[in-house]
Write a protein that binds this ligand. Structure first.
Ligand SMILES: *Cc1c(COP(=O)(O)O)cnc(C)c1O
Length: 422
């Protein structure tokens, strides 16, 4: 059977039913910002392959690090043993993160990093004798991954709650942070969302182990940017009610928003931080859950240990990725991209079906009023040489931060063409 036909007959793709239209494109190579299709055509990967190839595909030093590591120590169990790639990676993370956020637990994907963060927070509460503190609080409009606990913390409407019914554990939700990034911050807590958080903590604080949120950018559930002051208020409330604060920077970490980490925009340090995606430059699956020294001391023996924990191949690639990240001012690149998005997506504001246009760092968004026609867009992408994968009404790009201005113009032109109507 021909490859695409065999794929359609047997290979399950994400968020799709079997036997519905399958992928039309087969990729045979990726380098820099470019994906090469089987028929030789090329597309700009304007999605950074689901936001992870921040420095482009297959950067030379990362490929070399992977090859070298494969030749000496591809894998070894992490229980009772350790190795240089994990140690070197931890050195770099601890140096890059705020003081005190320095206890690092590795796992193999972002969703699992969130599971681990939740385990840390709950274990720390229970170890202090707070037996009732086993649920979580979060804001609507979030996305934290597809495993059970992570999924239960995603937005209850745009997330997957409806597909699993009562199997989803209930948690406490407050409204999406109401004040957008760049808007004026109302000091009246009833208007900025913090009064609702305070009321929740007053009423149910004795059931809540932690509050989890994506700092500044709520990604996969709506590409929404909110005001940094929300995080400062949240930090103060979590301190007051002794609720752990978890930041999920899996999408925002490593310069995507124009700062090293999105939390820097608020000057707030969480008790637990989740990292993933660009951690390995998008070459390998690896995630980290980083706890404060204080929280780690309270957790006791953390009951988690994936088979491929701190896989040396992934850690070696991540070491090279962090060296590459440190070698250049990538946050400045993200801000350059933001300026160009802001300018070149602006005309879309005038199009009939467009609800909003916004950009922050290396993220450009055209929010439509109705869901977009995926099949037509996929065909258009190959023809125009720009790979975009909208979700629902969200047409967005998150290109590698290496993208040149003329290449980015091709992306914004493609986005405006789609937004005008194919
Ligand atoms: C992608 C993402 C995750 C899940 O990471 P996976 O590696 O896909 O499991 C969790 N949180 C955020 C904010 C993400 O963007």
């Amino acid at each position: 059977m021909e490859d695409l036909a065999f794929d359609a007959a047997h290979v399950w793709h994400p968020y799709t039913a079997r036997f519905t239209p399958a992928p039309q494109h087969k990729i045979v190579a990726a380098k820099g910002i470019w994906l090469t299709l089987a028929d030789g055509r090329q597309m700009i990967d304007a999605m950074s392959s689901w936001w992870c190839t921040a420095f482009g595909h297959a950067p030379e030093p990362l490929v070399t690090a992977l090859q070298d590591q494969a030749a000496t120590l591809p894998h070894v169990m992490f229980g009772g043993l350790t190795h240089r790639p994990a140690i070197e990676l931890t050195r770099r993370l601890v140096a890059a993160l705020p003081e005190g956020l320095d206890q690092v637990f590795y796992s193999d994907s972002g969703s699992v990093a969130v599971e681990v963060a939740v385990k840390m927070a709950i274990q720390a509460q229970l170890a202090q004798g707070r037996r009732g503190r086993t649920s979580l609080a979060t804001a609507r409009g979030g996305y934290h991954g597809d495993t059970w606990k992570a999924m239960s913390l995603c937005d209850p409407e745009s997330g997957m709650h409806s597909h699993f019914g009562a199997a989803i554990a209930p948690h406490h939700f407050v409204a999406r942070p109401p004040i957008a990034y760049g808007a004026a911050w109302p000091s009246d807590d009833s208007r900025n969302g913090l009064a609702e958080v305070a009321a929740l903590f007053e009423r149910h604080g004795d059931q809540i182990a932690a509050f989890i949120i994506e700092p500044i950018v709520q990604g996969a559930s709506g590409m929404y940017f909110y005001h940094p002051a929300y995080l400062r208020g949240l930090r103060a409330l979590c301190d007051r009610f002794e609720i752990a604060l978890i930041f999920d920077e899996i999408a925002t970490g490593f310069s995507r928003t124009g700062s090293d980490f999105a939390m820097h925009k608020a000057g707030v340090v969480p008790d637990i931080l989740c990292l993933g995606k660009a951690l390995t430059g998008g070459m390998m699956s690896l995630a980290a859950t980083v706890a404060s020294r204080d929280l780690a001391a309270r957790t006791g023996a953390l009951m988690h240990g994936p088979t491929f924990m701190a896989n040396p191949l992934a850690c070696a690639v991540a070491v090279a990725a962090l060296d590459l990240w440190q070698s250049r001012d990538w946050s400045a690149e993200a801000r350059r991209i933001e300026a160009q998005f802001t300018q070149e997506l602006a005309p879309a504001r005038g199009f009939a079906g467009v609800a909003d246009v916004r950009a922050l760092g290396g993220i450009g968004v055209i929010e439509m009023r109705a869901p977009l026609p995926m099949d037509a867009i996929h065909r258009f992408c190959a023809e125009t040489g720009v790979w975009l994968r909208p979700f629902g009404p969200m047409l967005y790009a998150m290109p590698p931060l290496t993208i040149a201005p003329d290449e980015l113009s091709r992306v914004t032109t493609a986005m405006c063409t789609i937004a005008r109507g194919l």
